[in-house]
Design a binder for this molecule. Structure first.
Ligand SMILES: *[C@@H]1O[C@H](CO)[C@@H](O)[C@H](O)[C@H]1NC(C)=O
Ligand SMILES: *[C@@H]1O[C@H](CO)[C@@H](O)[C@H](O)[C@H]1NC(C)=O
Length: 101
């Protein structure tokens, strides 16, 4: 019983420690007519779903990460640091994956 509790406590600590090892990249997805939405992606090099179905024309990052975004029509967009990259052709996004460099 006691060892189970300790093991649980240790694995929770490990999760907390790894959560603090990366940060979040603030991404703005811009659509037609000035519409936009924001989503933050942890720099954990894992694919995170994007559930907003708005058609995206370009993607801006506040910087600090190296991110790849996948669109519903199969276009991959790479955003490296603080820049704006067009999505061509414009399409809804389905996932994002960021890392630190
Ligand atoms: C974003 O996309 C729109 C539509 O294509 C374009 O008019 C605008 O200039 C783009 N913004 C930037 C910062 O590239
Ligand atoms: C992109 O994918 C969406 C959703 O599957 C579809 O409705 C749309 O027609 C596709 N557009 C192009 C240009 O393939």
């Amino acid at each position: 019983m006691k060892t189970t509790l300790i093991a649980t406590a240790l694995s929770s600590l490990a999760v907390l420690a790894s959560a603090q090892a990366y940060f979040e990249v603030a991404i703005t997805f811009t659509g037609a007519d000035g519409a936009y939405y924001n989503q933050h992606f942890p720099t954990d090099d894992n694919s995170h779903p994007i559930t907003n179905s708005m058609v995206v024309y370009n993607i801006s990052s506040a910087g600090g990460g190296f991110c790849t975004f996948g669109g519903v029509n199969g276009t991959d967009v790479v955003v490296f640091g603080p820049e704006t990259v067009a999505v061509d052709p414009p399409q809804a996004m389905s996932w994002g994956d960021c890392q630190t460099d």
